[in-house]
Design a protein around this ligand. Structure first.
Ligand code: ARG
Length: 402
């Protein structure tokens, strides 16, 4: 195989798929210089360290990029403003891929590489997201996807890794395929692939089950400024800190477990389990505040816009012009999404118990049962003419279908 450069940048998680890419790049794709890039979008520290250690053992030039604040601010909160949800999944893996790929491109530019490799399979969504991002940011990039290109199985990969001395002890013990970042944790594989198999308690790391969840209701106050959460219980926090804090608080009350059938981009239905304590909580709070400050028509229209946005974001089309256009609308609505939301978390449930905003379109003076400012008598004419065309239609049916 001929290659454009001797250097290849490998988007590296430290797992089995990406680890076997290291010897493959050298021995089968003809690269003598493998550069591994691990991007921290809110991974456990142990995983970041393990990836770095493995890379070192295998003699790559390794980069760890801490992108947590950028991820929270520009990706998680962008999704929050769009109430980002795909089939009941607060898109998390989806929105991390563009950033991970962008960081890999940054490293490539620094080291003078134009070749990339990733460990995505040919069945999932990530191959689309990562390759779109790399090609958007570096149009002449050469991208290798060995797992897909060679149609590899896990069994083959394990044997290959053992033959090539790739450290995989950790991978061997792993039953589940996990992907996590600040916005959520996804658990796939093993018996979870049976849609009728109840998820065992052991798959959960961030959320307590109903038996272990805190015995008392937890009050929670979230403050938003222009659609961005800025403080929890009166304490101002940076974007990443705020999300981390909420993952602990809501997770402790068992909030954020999701079990769905999900339609992947290729049309495959898959069974997905997620733990999303912070995102589920923030999405509920954000919706509650929007319901207070946006007009009925804005809310109805924004739901359509949000859905389109989520569809594009799920596909990883982060630099798509329609996404940009939708964000112009979303951004304008968010200027009024300022205020606080009070919630109560209790054994996996989340209730909104209060909301307030200087932009509230609510008037107690008008809506109350106890006031006369809104003169009820003036509604009479409006009510009389309500549904005029529907009533005319019913009369016609009665007459003409006799
Ligand atoms: N289905 C989700 C998505 O495409 C998450 C996939 C995460 N992968 C995993 N190995 N758990 O965004």
């Amino acid at each position: 195989m001929t290659v454009a450069s001797k250097k290849v940048v490998l988007v590296y998680s430290g797992g089995l798929d990406t680890s076997i890419c290291i010897p493959m790049m050298r021995e089968e794709y003809g690269y003598d210089h493998v550069i591994t890039v691990t991007v921290d979008v809110g991974l456990p520290e142990a995983d970041i360290e393990e990836a770095a250690k493995k890379a070192q053992t295998m003699g790559t030039e390794h980069y760890t990029v801490d992108a947590r604040e950028e991820f929270a601010r520009d990706f998680c909160f962008a999704s929050l403003q769009a109430n980002g949800d795909y089939q009941g999944y607060p898109i998390s893996t989806s929105i991390a891929r563009p950033l991970i790929a962008a960081k890999a491109v940054e490293v490539a530019k620094k080291v003078g590489a134009t070749s990339f490799a990733h460990g995505c399979t040919g069945k999932g969504n990530d191959q689309f997201r990562i390759e779109f991002a790399i090609r958007s940011l570096m149009p002449n990039a050469v991208i290798h996807a060995p797992i897909r290109e060679r149609n590899l199985t896990r069994k083959w990969e394990i044997e290959y890794a053992q033959k090539k001395g790739v450290p995989i002890q950790q991978s061997l013990n792993k039953i589940w395929s996990i992907d996590e970042n600040l916005w959520g944790r996804s658990i796939e594989g093993g018996r979870l692939e049976e849609p009728n198999f109840a998820p065992p308690e052991e798959i959960f790391r961030w959320t307590k089950g109903p038996d272990e969840a805190l015995a008392n209701p937890v009050p929670l106050q979230i403050r938003f400024e222009k659609g961005i959460p800025v403080a929890i219980n009166g304490e101002t926090l940076s974007p990443a800190r705020l999300v981390e804090r909420l993952n602990l608080i809501s997770g402790g009350s068992g909030v954020g477990r999701i079990d769905i059938m999900e339609d992947r981009m290729l049309g495959l239905k898959v069974r997905e389990n997620y733990e999303c304590p912070a995102s589920v909580t923030l999405l509920a709070a954000h919706r509650a505040l929007e319901a207070l400050v946006l007009t009925r028509d804005e809310l109805r229209f924004k739901r359509l816009i949000d859905q389109e946005w989520a569809q594009l974001a799920y596909q990883g089309l982060w630099w798509d012009p329609l996404k940009d256009d939708l964000e112009a609308f979303i951004g304008k609505t968010q200027r009024r999404v300022t205020g606080t939301v009070e919630m109560r978390l209790y054994k996996g449930n989340l209730s909104i118990i209060g909301r307030q905003s200087p932009w509230a379109l609510y008037s107690e003076e008008l809506a109350s049962f106890d006031t006369t400012t809104f003169d009820q008598r003036e509604s009479e004419g409006t009510v009389k003419n309500f549904g005029l065309q529907s009533r005319m239609y019913q009369h016609l049916v009665a007459q003409l279908e006799k």
